[in-house]
Design a protein around this ligand. Sequence first.
Ligand code: NAD
Ligand code: MG
Length: 378
Amino acid sequence: MNISILGSTGSIGTQSLQVVDDLKGIKDINVVAITGNSNISLLEMQARRYSPQMVVVADESKYTDIKTRLNDTDIEVLCGEEGLCAAATAKDTDMVLSSIVGFAGLVPTMKAIEAGKAIALANKETLVTAGSIFMEAIKKNDVPLIPVDSEHSAIFQSLQGGKKGELRKILLTASGGPFFGKSREDLQNIKKEQALKHPNWSMGAKITIDSATLMNKGLEVIEAKWLFGVELSDIEVVVHRESIIHSMVEFCDKSIIAQLSLPSMKHPIQYAFTYPDRLLSPDESVDFPTLGSMTFAKPDEETFRCLALAKNAGEMGGIMPTVLNAANEVAVAKFLKDEITFLEIPEIVEKAMSDYKNNLNPTLLDIIEVDREIRNKG
Ligand code: NAD
Ligand code: MG
């Protein structure tokens, strides 16, 4: 199989290359294209190790640097959104791993779909902002779509335990993040260093903050709605602190099928690469006696308002999830620069949502326009 990895220098991207290594001799995967944004040394290292045909740096100001570094190779070096789209549609590519963070992943992923590539989807923001257009394109181009987000991979796997039409509801698990059980008062003086310490997962900065605010779970509810064609009211978020059950589905006979494994993104990445097969993994097994117990709770949507805001945006549909997502990306970037407090993140998102009149049938251009508008406002 030949793959392009959009966002190869990120948390998902680097783990996906580890999976490529793990699968050597079991299922050989040829890396056709890799893309990064700012970490040029890592991009160069990956290029030398995996010898792709194409290397793309999204940040155009870094083009000369990476081009010069790879001068002694015959790798094609490109930059900008055009470059990302070239990586997404490279002739020899069978599957595109969409693992750029945020809205920047949308256009290249759409191009990959239009070029008929199978999609392994980590980037949830694409489905949140353009779910309807995205799913239509998947259908029209008849391309496989395999979720990489751990909860959605778990749902995808669990759904194989029943037939379409037998599903009653999705139980989307949430770790609760680093601030589970805290009150609004406790959250007032949270520093970014505390928010960046996730109890179970090591991830990129943006999604780690989203996990602390529970926005991540809200985005995942919208992601699940599009991926599995269900109503938002058919998705229940359950806090499960241990992150062993990655999600569950309940069928009409009230049987629940779940997918369990230790919290490692290599699991859903490998499954996306090997689906419909299951192949050997070097990962550790869950040891139940050591684990001892698993706990479950209701999420606190009053303290962690981002979850409620995302559900609202999802219910409203149209352009609202784009507004929510863009305002959240702006707010998280500000929080990471110590420009706003933790509790201001939901305030910024809510204000953006109340400032916008909904457009129920946005085109891709409308979505790009509104996203840009909100970013420009800062
Ligand atoms: P990350 O920040 O670690 O990596 C992001 C990647 O995107 C990097 O390769 C970076 O170079 C690239 N990038 C950043 N800004 C860009 C831009 N403007 N244009 C083009 N490329 C750009 O992020 P991550 O944690 O790997 O997350 C990637 C995506 O996967 C996100 O959408 C996230 O929600 C999703 N996801 C991540 C995890 C996880 O465990 N990390 C789990 C589930 C889903
Ligand atoms: Mg997830």
